[in-house]
Design a protein around this ligand. Structure first.
Ligand SMILES: C[S@@+](CC[C@H](N)C(=O)[O-])C[C@H]1O[C@@H](n2cnc3c(N)ncnc32)[C@H](O)[C@@H]1O
Length: 218
């Protein structure tokens, strides 16, 4: 292990601690390995604008891990997952989740497959498809999540058929999500909206949870 790995590991440990997440050493090491893979493949595949591994720990790992308490699974679909965020992180944290990573971009999905293989994650299935052309397995997904994918209205409209009857959408948004609430389709409503603090990040992450037929305003 290099001095740089030690620094990254210390930053990750502190962040997970701040989030109140206890993570087994083998899983914590896989989270760090994911940063290594993102850093290595970023040069060729342009996976993320974040180039610095220290920054990746906060902006990618901890930001994704912050929503873990709201993920109930077991079947979770990550729409527009890109390099697998937040889905890969959530799958590493909880091996009982069955995570499908969906992206239309071939390079992103090739990276997802590489990460699944190198990190040994049998609970993750990468799929290359456009969300609007993707069919859910029988019964649908328990939760459909996205980060930096689309407006709230577009996310829910494009994935309208994918959650189970009693399933949920989890939208990872910035603090100014109120402006997007008007774009929601009828019969889908916000049932909860959580302000999450991400370690080492200045602003707040907002997690908006939606269900069919919900009626509680944000
Ligand atoms: C800004 S990136 C976000 C990636 C990742 N969720 C993250 O937070 O780093 C948006 C991703 O959505 C994918 N995407 C855009 N339109 C899509 C569609 N209609 N169906 C599936 N994926 C799509 C793009 O290929 C891209 O990888």
């Amino acid at each position: 292990m290099t001095a740089n790995d030690t620094t990254l590991g210390a930053r990750l440990d502190r962040g997970l601690d701040e989030l109140g997440l206890e993570v087994a050493p083998s899983r914590r090491d896989r989270l760090l390995a994911l940063v290594g893979l993102l850093h290595k493949w970023n040069r060729a595949y342009n996976l993320t604008a974040v180039r610095d591994p220290q920054e990746m720990v906060a902006r990618h790992l901890l930001d994704s891990a912050a929503v873990h308490p709201f993920v109930r699974g077991p079947r979770l679909l990550d729409v527009g997952a890109g390099p697998g965020l937040p889905g890969l992180v959530l799958a590493i944290l909880d091996p009982t989740l069955e995570v499908t990573l969906l992206d239309s971009n071939g390079k992103k999905v090739r990276f997802q497959r590489q990460a699944v293989m190198e990190l040994g994650l049998p609970n993750v299935t990468p799929v290359q498809a456009r969300v609007e052309a993707f069919d859910a397995p029988a019964g649908g997904f328990d939760q459909v999540i996205s980060r930096a994918f689309a407006s709230l209205g577009d996310f829910v409209t494009l994935s309208a058929s994918l959650p189970a009857e009693d399933g949920q959408w989890l939208a990872m948004k910035g603090p100014a999500v109120e402006d997007e609430l008007g774009g929601l389709p009828e019969k889908v409503a916000v049932v909860a909206s959580h302000e999450l603090r991400v370690p080492f990040e200045a602003g707040h992450r907002r997690l908006v949870i939606l269900e069919r037929g919900g009626s509680v305003p944000a």
